[in-house]
Write a new protein. Structure first.
Length: 562
């Protein structure tokens, strides 16, 4: 399902010739990026060393056949989850294509490619869009290559209680500077799950600020109107996120699921009950797997407290649950084990899975054959194989999401013309520009500087040896003089570079333009910038081109133009 061919190769001459044209793509091996951790790289390029932490290698067609078979064999409430999803869709006014895709969940033969993210303001960072598109593309591949009905599901993780993580987004303003846009703090913004937050008038002010910040294009009006329809005062934050995502990707068949829906909790009440009955087991298994990963030189993403439950209680905020002397501490109060167990069975809407139990709940509700994960998710999912076994739930394959940087024609032309490595632009200094300018200096200047350095070093070295005949202590003075002369030549070289900068302002602007797009504020674009910025710039073509042309093979970061 994925291919590693050509991942580490530099841009070809043909690619260089096309750079700057609409639809140009340049591949970069993710191992070149210092922020890609060893586990994420080895998962793609050396999977055998991690095989016992996962359910299969997504690069192996046989692993997909096995995953489909496991999914088909596991009993689920197909009609139940399909009905819940379609009720959500009708409430949000989802496109018919998405509703028809959800109807496939009633068929026991249907499998799902699932991904998810928190309900970020205006859709969140670019990687949210990339996750959804990866799931859609993989679902299409499964349908084509394995002949089974397949749907792409986006799981809205809306029961987190950290409002500050989702209340804002960043875009680039007209001056290519990162600008944060934020909603206010409505009631319950900091006291309960995000799903309970109802947007107030501050979201309208945030949309106004976004409109003022974005450079006006032919797509701006439709974009802003669409956001106002989704993110209206009075709407729930999770509902607004779902409406917005469906308005963009529902026509492609994306099935959006709000995981906070109380109607879905009875379908997984037995999972909550088992977590209470086997108190501490999930945490222990995850810790043991984390220790095993660390013993192999990797890192453990999840470090739960021993004895803690992978459950939260939702009545008063989102309270952790911890086993203590045969009972449970729920927030600040103690509750007998029998009482908590009974509530899990009869009032499951009061409970919410933690990050360790969420995948089990997800893959109990949906016939998940593959989960599309980001690098950090990939790590903690590697701690859960035995947890899946403990809950008798088949673990799906894990596929890394597509990863990309979207640059305009001028920026990608700068990279290819001057052989600039994308990752070198992360530094918020002018080292890359200096190197480019240095390479552009007239050969005679470089040759003269090199000759001057070489001549001075040779003559002063000879002098240092000769002066000892007069006075042995003069050798040190001669070498100190050489050091000062070398430093003066370095300063002269720097002045030449500065003069070249003043002379070639066009090159400086090209450098600044490429850096501002690729690493705004020093962060990778896909993590830093909300995808509404690109929708404003490129319109609906953004989604259509990424869906049609962005490769989803793991191990490659793509630099693309739209």
């Amino acid at each position: 399902m994925q291919s590693h061919s050509g991942l580490s190769a530099p841009a070809t001459p043909d690619a260089r010739a096309r750079a700057g044209e609409t639809g140009a793509r340049l591949p970069i091996d993710i191992r070149r990026f210092p922020w890609i951790r060893k586990l994420a790289a080895d998962y793609v390029f050396d999977h055998s060393g991690l095989a016992d932490f996962y359910s299969g290698n997504p690069d192996d067609p046989a692993a997909w056949r096995d995953a489909i078979a496991r999914t088909h064999q596991h009993k689920r409430q197909h009609d139940g989850i399909a009905g819940i999803v379609q009720a959500q869709q009708r409430a949000r006014g989802a496109p018919e294509t998405a509703i028809s895709a959800a109807a496939l969940l009633r068929d026991p033969k249907t499998v799902a490619v699932v991904t998810g993210q928190q309900a970020g303001l205006f859709g969140g960072p670019l990687f949210t869009l990339l996750k959804a598109i990866t799931a859609l593309r993989l679902a299409e591949q499964v349908r084509t290559e394995h002949g089974v009905p397949t749907v792409a599901v986006f799981w809205i993780d809306a029961e987190d209680h950290d409002w500050d993580e989702v209340k804002s987004c960043r875009v680039l303003d007209a001056g290519m500077k990162p600008l944060s846009i934020a909603a206010g703090d409505p009631p319950q913004a900091h006291t309960g799950p995000v799903a309970r937050v109802r947007l107030d008038e501050s979201v309208s002010a945030a949309i106004d600020a976004l409109e003022a910040a974005l450079p006006a294009t032919e797509f701006t009006r439709d974009l802003i109107d669409g956001l106002r329809r989704a993110y209206a005062p009075g709407a729930g934050m999770a509902d607004a996120f779902g409406r917005w995502l469906e308005s963009l990707l529902g026509r492609l068949g994306l099935v959006v699921f709000d995981a906070s829906d109380p109607a879905a909790k009875p379908l997984v009440a037995h999972i909550f009950a088992r977590e209470i009955e086997q108190a501490g087991q999930t945490a222990r298994l995850a810790l043991e797997a984390g220790a095993a990963l660390e013993a192999r030189g990797y890192h453990a993403q999840a470090t739960p407290q021993e004895g803690s439950l992978a459950l939260f209680h939702l009545n008063a905020g989102r309270q952790p649950i911890r086993g203590l002397d045969g009972a449970f501490q729920v927030g600040d109060r103690m509750e007998p084990a029998s009482a908590l167990l009974e509530r899990a069975r009869t009032a499951p809407h009061e409970f919410s899975p933690s990050v360790l139990l969420r995948p089990i709940v997800q893959d109990t509700l949906f016939p998940t054959v593959c989960y599309v994960a980001g690098p950090n998710e990939l790590s903690y999912l590697g701690q859960l194989r035995r947890v899946y076994d403990a809950f008798s739930t088949p673990m799906p394959l894990i596929q890394q999401r597509a990863t990309a940087t979207i640059l305009d024609a001028n920026a990608i032309r700068f990279l290819t013309r001057y052989d600039v490595a994308l990752e070198s632009l992360r530094a918020q200094d002018e080292a890359v520009l200096n190197a480019v300018l240095d390479a552009q200096l007239p050969p005679s200047v470089e040759a003269s500087l090199e000759e001057a350095v070489r001549t001075i070093e040779q003559r002063m070295e000879r002098l240092a040896k000769e002066v000892v005949q007069v006075d042995p202590t003069l050798e040190g003075a001669a070498r100190s003089t050489l050091s000062r002369m070398q430093e003066d030549l370095k300063k002269l070289h720097g002045k030449i570079i500065q003069a070249a900068k003043r002379k070639d302002e066009t090159l400086r602007r090209q450098f600044q333009n490429a850096r501002s797009q690729a690493f705004p504020g020093g962060e990778p674009q896909e993590r830093a910038i909300c995808f509404v910025y690109f929708l404003n710039k490129y319109g609906p073509a953004l989604v259509d081109r990424l869906y049609a042309e962005l490769p989803v093979d793991a191990g490659t970061h793509w630099v693309v133009t739209i």
